[in-house]
Design a protein around this ligand. Structure first.
Ligand SMILES: [Zn+2]
Length: 457
């Protein structure tokens, strides 16, 4: 994991990455900063874990690495967390050598608060869900889901970054101690908002839809994620004697589960309960923005990610399509969602949000029935009818309309520059978050101040 194998005079030698070893001068800098971090650890468990990591960097001993991972996994209290070391082995074709990466992250307090409110009320959501009584849990517990904001990244995590972290990799630690899984909230938000609002303007039907999205779209997205994860995946129960869905629903298990969790979110997004709980100040507006966005994406804009002629394969994309296409078709008689053609361009307009809310409820009831009973035939019909095939004319049109918005297939991120503000005694009173002027500027700055290794190691 943390060494390079070389042949010297016909003899194999292992050069270990550690203080005094390979990359030692850079590792000494890591140790210096970790020692400072250990001093301000939020609690003992966090401090002890950092201590083991320092020990590992000093010795390169893989037993210490295991001990560290156990301690890091168990250190779940506190508002700040991190990953730091030679962790993933994707860059080694043989899959042995770890690449250095580090992320420092702070709890997303706003999202945590929203999810706590939902979790505290999980039973209300279960009791009021449009499910058959037999499929409701008598004692439901909200799923724990963690969203953090990245404060800084380096090594393999930068400038191209993951959007989530699920570690440690060692399966025996995962089985014995568990694992930490976090979603990098500000990274995901940045990805979602990259590019201009021109694409949004291209695909919304009217000014009202645009305004709702601009005003409430982000809040609606956040609440949908929170409802999906905390309430959605926790909701419902299997009938006695029915096996797990990967046995009963097989290849459709994950798209059914993701669609069901989405539907729990959609059902409650347009609901005065959210306002009662203090999560929104205008439940109707937030709900409308959420429904507009879901339908627009599920019936049109997610097709941008497919090549013409391809079927929808990915589980989430499938579920967004079968949920949207099902409610579109079932509401057709009442004109719930209207397909509009204007100047050769297609738009979907929601005419009746109350009816759409009802339709989401009906489909939620049906997907929970499929899951509870393990009804393979029904899930196959649902997904194959609504979730896989793409309207070729519409797809070609969407790709054509999207052509004007060029965006790079991969994104790189600059790190915020964190500037401490001190009082007269030299104590830090606040940290100011500033932005570097440019990506090249930041890279040049890094090479000037943090270049600790020779050209050839
Ligand atoms: Zn999910």
């Amino acid at each position: 994991l943390n060494s390079k194998l070389v042949k010297e005079n016909g003899e194999l030698k292992e050069l270990v990455y550690k203080s005094g070893g390979l990359y030692g001068s850079a590792i000494d800098e890591i140790i210096k900063w970790l020692e400072l971090a250990q001093d301000v650890a939020e609690n003992k468990a966090q401090g002890d874990a950092i201590g083991l990591l320092i020990e590992y960097y000093k010795t390169g001993d893989l037993q210490t690495w295991d001990d560290y991972n156990v301690a890091w996994t168990a250190a779940t209290e506190g508002n700040v967390d991190y990953i730091n070391s030679f962790i993933e082995v994707y860059n080694d074709p043989l899959g042995y050598r770890g690449s250095y990466e580090t992320i420092v992250q702070v709890n997303d307090f706003d999202m945590s608060q929203k999810m706590k409110v939902l979790s505290d009320n999980a039973q209300w959501f279960e009791d009021n869900a449009p499910l058959m009584d037999a499929h409701k849990k008598k004692n439901v517990v909200g799923v724990t889901y963690k969203v953090v904001n990245v404060a800084g990244e380096a090594g393999d995590a930068s400038p191209s970054t993951p959007i989530g972290v699920n570690l440690p990799n060692a399966n025996w630690i995962r089985a014995a101690v568990g694992s930490k899984s976090v979603s990098l909230g500000n990274i995901i938000e940045a990805y979602n908002n990259a590019g201009s609002s021109d694409r949004l303007k291209e695909f919304v039907n009217d000014e009202e839809e645009l305004q709702l999205e601009e005003q409430y779209g982000q809040l609606a997205d956040k609440l949908h994620t929170a409802l999906h994860e905390v309430i959605g995946h926790a909701s419902g129960q299997l009938n006695p004697g029915v096996g797990e869905t990967k046995e009963t629903l097989k290849n459709y298990a994950s798209t059914l589960e993701e669609g069901r969790a989405d539907l729990v979110g959609l059902y409650y997004l347009y609901n005065p309960k959210l306002q009662e709980l203090g999560l929104v100040d205008d439940w109707k507006a937030v709900g409308k923005a959420a429904y507009d966005g879901y339908i627009r994406n599920g019936l049109m804009t997610q097709l941008i990610r497919l090549n013409l002629g391809d079927d929808v394969e990915e589980a989430h994309m499938r579920n967004r399509q079968w949920v949207s296409a099902w409610v579109y078709e079932k509401g057709k008689a009442d004109n719930v969602i209207e397909k509009i053609t204007r100047d050769g361009k297609t738009y979907f307009n929601i005419n009746d949000y109350d009816k759409l809310h009802e339709l989401f409820g009906q489909l939620l009831k049906e997907t929970q029935r499929i899951k509870s009973e393990g009804d393979y035939k029904a899930v196959e019909t649902l997904v194959e009818t609504y979730g896989v095939k793409v309207d070729q004319d519409l797809h070609a049109e969407v790709l054509e309309r999207n052509k004007q918005f060029t965006s790079a297939p991969y994104s790189g991120f600059v790190n915020p520059v964190l500037v401490p503000e001190m009082d007269a005694n030299g104590e830090i009173t606040a940290i100011k978050v500033t932005q570097p002027e440019s990506f090249p500027g930041q890279m040049l700055d890094y090479s000037k101040h943090y270049s600790f290794l020779p050209e050839v190691n």
